[in-house]
Write a protein that binds this ligand. Structure first.
Ligand code: 5AD
Length: 342
């Protein structure tokens, strides 16, 4: 199938066609997931270790201009303690995420990765934005296994409007560098940015496929009141089911990529979004593993789950969730199944 045929097929899957058609699509995506990735759900605990950011992305609550945010950077000892807790709970990957600032320092992050690799058995994923190739190479040498960097929108004009501090070309360069360096690479996009339509959404899904990603995270755009998009609404406000149709289509077009049930699904469908995502194509769960004292200060968007509860997002909570869904916990690190190198 060539690109234009694929795009037509995608547009059909993304268009509203009634609950019966949606249910069939979800069953198909679930079957593709089971066939290619199995039933196990791999858990990646996210530690949001710094919310300092020098960028001004129009959608994000942590943008540099938002003076309402209490900025923090966790001391390395606290980050390590959070990693040890994840390991003790039986989890096998930590995701170290921060804003796009040098608050932590490239060397410091490198040393931290080295310590986590030396002192725990965790796989280390980093999500720290656009960086120079030599920085990625250095972190890779320190032991970084994976990197997450969403391209957010495949349409250069829309990307440019929302990102005053970087370009889509630059971001794609980062993704290429990471892949060249043998880092398992994750990307993805938001669904329903103002100005988006189903054609752009289909292009986003196709770009994921063309990038041959190891992991793909997508989730609904949620307006944050303290941003320039605070008064906007999601482009699919009237058709929220499209968030799941997009996820199911993403699975069908990327059968061997890891796909997480992202937090934003729970913000839009409280208490249900991530569970439904796991039944409609996703195979990864990423609990918020940031110490609770910091969670309220890492609000990319409002309505993030687990912000004011200690118990929420805990290992116990995750086990119960998977049990309820009848899905086993993934054993081992849950690396990419697309073995290119390694
Ligand atoms: N709504 C939904 N997702 C958001 N992100 C940032 N701001 C928002 C928002 N307002 C997502 C971006 C980013 C990821 C860490 O969080 O896609 O890559």
């Amino acid at each position: 199938m060539n690109r234009s045929r694929r795009k037509q097929a995608l547009l059909r899957l993304l268009s509203p066609a009634g609950p019966g058609a949606d249910a069939r699509l979800y069953r198909a995506a679930d079957a593709v997931r089971r066939l290619n990735m199995g039933d196990a759900v791999f858990v990646r605990g996210i530690v949001e270790f710094s919310n300092c950011c020098s960028n001004r992305c129009w959608y994000c609550g942590l943008r540099a201009d938002n003076r309402r945010v209490r900025r923090y950077t966790m001391p390395p000892g606290e980050i390590l303690a959070a990693c040890r807790r994840l390991e003790a709970a039986g989890h096998t990957t930590v995701v170290l995420q921060c804003g796009e600032s040098r608050a932590f320092g490239d060397r410091n992050l490198g040393s931290l990765i080295e310590r986590i690799k030396a002192e725990t058995s965790l796989a280390v994923t980093v999500s720290a934005g656009n960086r120079r190739r030599d920085v990625y190479a250095y972190w890779r040498a320190c032991g970084m296994d994976r990197y997450l960097l969403r391209f957010e929108s495949s349409l250069p004009r829309l990307f440019a409007r929302l990102h005053p501090d970087c370009t889509l070309a630059e971001r794609l360069r980062c993704l290429r560098d990471l892949r060249d360096l043998g880092v398992q690479t994750g990307s993805g996009f938001m669904i329903g940015l103002p100005g988006e339509d189903r054609s752009i959404l289909a292009d986003n899904i196709l770009l994921c496929r063309e990038l041959d990603l190891d992991m793909i995270g997508i989730g609904p755009f949620i307006p944050h009141p303290d941003t320039p998009l605070g008064r906007e609404v999601n482009a699919y406000q009237a058709d929220r089911e499209i968030f799941f149709r997009a996820l199911a289509a993403l699975r069908i077009f990327n059968p061997r990529s890891h796909i997480p049930a992202t937090t934003a699904y729970d913000a839009v469908f409280p208490g249900a979004g991530r569970n439904l995502a796991l039944q409609r194509g996703a195979n990864i769960f990423m609990p918020n593993s940031t110490p609770t004292a910091y969670r309220g200060d890492y609000l990319l968007y409002p309505g993030k789950p687990g912000v004011d509860s200690d118990a929420a997002e805990s290992a116990r909570d995750v086990r119960r969730r998977l049990q309820h869904l009848g899905r086993p916990l993934g054993q081992g690190p849950g690396h990419s199944i697309k073995h290119r190198r390694r």
